[in-house]
Design a protein. Structure first.
Length: 463
């Protein structure tokens, strides 16, 4: 039996060992899911699914402090932010329970032409079928909620494969799912290696594939899906921010510090590329560097910590190499720029790196932001839009007309006005464009993806 050791990303200490599932067991999980879906007579009615989700929300809420500490220990997210994640999980479960009432069909008008007259037609929603979900490490509870709970709400059996660095929150959550009353075959956890995960995802028995992770892996797996398998992919971005000359820096700076260094920048919509009007660039850089310099780095389980470790030591090596490359290309190091340990990188600001540097063209997924001056607002928009990545973006200005105009011009799925790019609530649609993703995330949006319409047409008896 192969076992996986889950480590604390801050110091490498062992937290717990977890069994790694071989293909034979993953195959059995999928077969159980198929049989559960095919057993129409035993499908849970809406009221039972609502009841299970309400119980689940109460169970998660009663263990919120335990979840927060577990998130901090296995994922390295600072405890204060982990506490917010645990609260969001409770709300996400309740949101799905409320959304079940809106999973309704519709009446189709049939007398629009003579051919349809004398008939009545209506649709109802059915679960799409077995779901396989592959998740990421950076929100080890809330991402699981977003992938598992919509399946429960719609009546789809789901197999969840958590990140191998952070499986413990998922395992604990699914324990509570079963405690709340959901049959075990309807929600199963598959901690496995890459080859087993790929075989599971691409199996023809899978009706829907949900993926949160890197674009390279997501697009690769989408290309190997069996015919008929639908999917949703959530990747990452290199989120741009435009700061106009009339921006209120007292509002702008704290927002960008939070958006750029939250969870050490390991967020798919983390602030990365900041374009600031050159007239206020010196004042912005001074204030921004001052606030970034106040961030407390350290053990994520310490309530005082603002910025914790990167998920594995290799990520520190990578982030440092990107910073070194940018400096060699002419970027000015404003703050940070050094590793504080094998697992922690200092919150870093780079000014005016070359536009072809990695920090300017790829998602860094680390505690680094790049600041660029601009003289022409149109040029700033062009540079903000100039990557194949496109997710959330932000604009800071006191001019509402200009804010709305920039919202129209930015190629993004969401534009935050006077707020950072990482802002999100669970009922928002959440989606990457272009290489940043496929489909729309969010609790209720995923519930729609996992439901399919069936139409019934009734022909009136001529007698």
């Amino acid at each position: 039996m192969t076992r996986l050791t889950v480590e604390h990303p801050y110091d490498g200490s062992s937290i717990q060992e977890v069994e790694v599932v071989p293909w034979s067991e993953a195959d059995a999980m999928l077969e159980h899911a198929v049989k559960a879906h095919q057993n129409r007579e035993n499908r849970l009615p809406a009221w039972r699914r609502i009841d299970i989700l309400r119980r689940l929300a109460a169970l998660v809420e009663s263990r919120a402090d335990d979840f927060a500490l577990l998130i901090a220990r296995e994922g390295g997210k600072p405890l204060r932010d982990a506490q917010v994640e645990a609260k969001r999980a409770v709300h996400g479960v309740n949101l799905a329970a409320e959304g079940i009432a809106h999973l309704t069909g519709r009446e189709i008008p049939m007398d629009l032409t003579e051919a349809g007259s004398g008939r009545r037609a209506f649709t109802r929603l059915e679960p799409i079928g077995p779901v396989v979900a592959v998740s990421a490490f950076n929100h080890p509870l809330n991402l699981i909620v977003h992938q598992v709970v919509p399946a429960i709400a719609t009546g789809c059996p789901v197999i969840i494969k958590p990140a191998n660095t952070t499986p413990l929150s998922c395992l604990k959550f699914v324990e509570l799912v079963h405690e709340a009353g959901l049959p075990e075959d309807m929600c199963q956890v598959c901690v496995c290696d890459t080859a087993t995960a790929e075989r599971l995802v691409t199996d023809a028995r899978v009706a829907f594939f949900s993926f949160i992770g890197s674009a390279r892996v997501g697009w690769y797996l989408r290309g190997k899906l069996a015919p008929g398998t639908r999917c949703a992919l959530e990747h990452g971005g290199a989120a741009p921010v435009i700061i106009c000359d009339d921006a209120d820096l007292k509002m702008t700076v704290p927002a960008l510090v939070k958006g750029g260094y939250y969870h050490a920048g390991q967020v798919c919509v983390s602030v990365q590329r900041i374009f600031v009007d050159r007239k206020i660039k010196p004042a912005f850089l001074e204030a921004f560097a001052d606030e970034v310099g106040k961030l407390v780095t350290g053990d994520p389980t310490d309530a005082k910590t603002d910025v914790g470790p990167l998920i594995v030591p290799g990520e520190v090596d990578r982030v440092q190499s990107w910073v070194v490359e940018a400096e060699a290309g002419g970027a000015e190091l404003i703050a940070g720029g050094a590793r504080l340990s094998d697992r922690v990188f200092a919150p870093t600001i780079l000014a005016d790196p070359q536009m072809d540097a990695k920090i300017s063209t790829q998602e860094i997924f680390g505690p680094v932001t790049a600041v660029y001056g601009f003289d022409d607002l149109g040029d700033a928009v062009a540079r903000a839009n100039g990557l194949p990545l496109a997710f959330q973006s932000a604009v800071f200005t006191a001019d509402l007309d200009r804010a709305l105009a920039l919202s129209d011009q930015l190629d993004a799925s969401a534009v935050m006005i006077n707020d950072h790019t990482a802002f999100r609530v669970d009922w928002m649609p959440f989606a990457g464009r272009r290489t940043s993703g496929y489909g729309i995330g969010g609790i209720t949006q995923t519930m729609e993806d996992l439901s399919q319409e069936k139409m019934t047409v009734i022909r009136a008896n001529s007698n």
